[in-house]
Design a protein around this ligand. Structure first.
Ligand code: FAD
Length: 421
């Protein structure tokens, strides 16, 4: 594990020199991805902002950019990308006991274990705290029963971030526990769902008496809601477009393995650019259709451009807050809402430019079928990671200081709450 000098004393020059020397000693283009990722995990250079005792170097985000810069210059590969790094790791770092962090974080960095998010249920998406998947204790383990849905990537995940109800006699937000849930069990059935764009990126997950060790609890028993809020705050930023990094470098064995690994992983997400509306294609398509001088279309292009610019500024504002060490806050809801607005405006503009042809697929259709996929994929942008209405509620309450949404069941024992089950 890392044995860096005190990170408080670290400066741009000292970090640059230290990581440069370390890379000169350790990076070589014949090393395997597995071996290399083990080295960056154990040295702390793979995730330099993480604490020294948990595979990091305790550096500030600014100094971590210096590390990334040196990795880039050396053509060296970084940690694995995906839900593990983007959602599970920050949640574990914030709430898990030390033993769990040590056990799980390393395999997230190396990419040996990928993760999924077992939050939503058939009857509980926006009202997540109403979830009814249950877990009860059996010695050193918990037994879990229930059904999850919309679970992206569950078909290849080694672990799930599972929310389960562990106490039915206290109010709904208080009786939930967050588990790091091993997915490779015969008692868990993952069934892919087919989407209207013919992709299959999310699943139904049926859990029938599956088991999870007691020491896989993240946070406290019945304290899972607080933990879930951390995951959701990171997810809002993710939905707004910050999906991990691309592995650095392109030469050598580890780099090639990382590129193949990322390509295989990203298959689940390869329709996400279409879900975001492909605003980049709108001016090109307008020009191709001879509509770039049409006053109505020009107005739509200007609207789309201004939405994108304001969204970029909002993302920059969120990044600046992170740099100052502030945790993700309600600005994530603004970013997410901006992303939905862009997707919708882009969908409108594509529809007006392509007209009825926008429904066609195949080589002769607009952008070889990409426009058709945009038109049926953008609705997901305003649902995934919390719907637009829920983001507006968050902004209303936490940014504008409006009164909280009336809740009739928040104080009742969950057993007495009326559900659709
Ligand atoms: C592409 C995609 C990937 C996803 N991946 C995952 C995943 O990996 N893991 C996971 O756990 N979930 C995942 N989800 C699920 C997602 O989080 C839920 O779909 C979302 O939270 C909405 O829940 P719901 O579908 O149950 O809709 P509902 O909650 O039933 O909402 C229905 C409608 O009612 C509105 N509504 C509900 N409550 C309120 C309210 N209080 N005020 C105003 N309006 C309200 C909603 O805005 C919506 O328009 C994914 C969804 C999508 C589209």
């Amino acid at each position: 594990m890392a044995s860096t000098s005190s990170n408080e004393a670290a400066t741009e020059e000292s970090v640059r020199a230290e990581v440069h020397d370390w890379l000169a000693d350790h990076w070589n283009s014949d090393i395997s991805l597995h071996e290399w990722r083990g080295l960056i995990a154990d040295s702390g250079w793979g995730c330099p902002t993480w604490p020294i005792e948990f595979y990091g170097r305790g550096l500030s985000p600014d100094l971590s950019n210096v590390v990334a810069d040196e990795f880039r210059k050396a053509g060296a590969v970084g940690p694995a990308i995906g839900v593990g790094m983007a959602l599970a790791a920050p949640t574990l770092l914030a709430h898990a006991p030390a033993d769990l962090k040590r056990r799980l974080l390393r395999e997230i960095i190396t990419g040996e274990n990928t993760w999924c998010q077992l939050f939503s249920e058939p009857g509980n998406g926006s009202d997540l705290a109403g979830l009814t998947t249950r877990a009860w204790r059996d010695g050193d383990e918990w037994i879990v029963n229930g059904q999850k849905v919309w679970t992206t990537g569950a078909h290849h995940a080694a672990y799930g971030m599972l929310l389960a109800r562990t106490d039915w006699d206290i109010p709904k937000h208080q009786g939930i526990t967050f588990f790091a849930f091993p997915m490779e069990q015969a008692e868990i059935e993952v069934r892919p769902l087919q989407q209207m764009n013919y992709r299959s990126s999310f699943n139904e997950v049926f859990i029938a008496e599956a088991r999870v060790p007691h020491n896989n609890i993240v946070g406290e028993v019945n304290g899972g809601w607080k933990v879930a809020l951390t995951t959701l705050a990171h997810e809002r930023n993710l939905s707004a477009g910050a999906f991990g990094g691309i592995p650095f470098g392109g030469k050598g064995k580890a780099a090639q393995e990382a590129i193949s690994e990322a390509a295989a992983y990203m298959k689940t997400y390869d329709w996400y650019p279409q879900r975001a509306g492909r605003p980049d294609l709108v001016p090109l398509q307008a020009k191709e259709a001879g509509l770039n001088t049409d006053p109505i279309i020009r107005q739509e292009l200007a609207k789309l451009y201004s939405l994108q610019r304001t969204s970029q500024w909002n993302v920059q504002r969120a990044r600046a807050a992170r740099k100052m060490g502030r945790p993700p806050g309600p600005e994530g809801s603004l970013s997410k809402l901006c992303a939905s607005n862009i997707a919708r405006a882009s969908n409108d503009a594509h529809s007006h430019v392509a007209g009825a042809h926008g429904m066609l697929t195949g080589p002769d259709s607009p952008a070889s079928g990409t426009v058709a996929e945009v038109l049926i994929s953008t609705p997901a942008a305003s649902i995934a990671g919390g719907t637009d209405q829920i983001q507006r509620n968050i902004i209303g309450e936490r940014v504008l200081g409006l009164p909280k949404e009336p809740q009739i069941d928040a104080d009742l024992p969950f057993r007495d709450v009326r559900t659709n089950k």
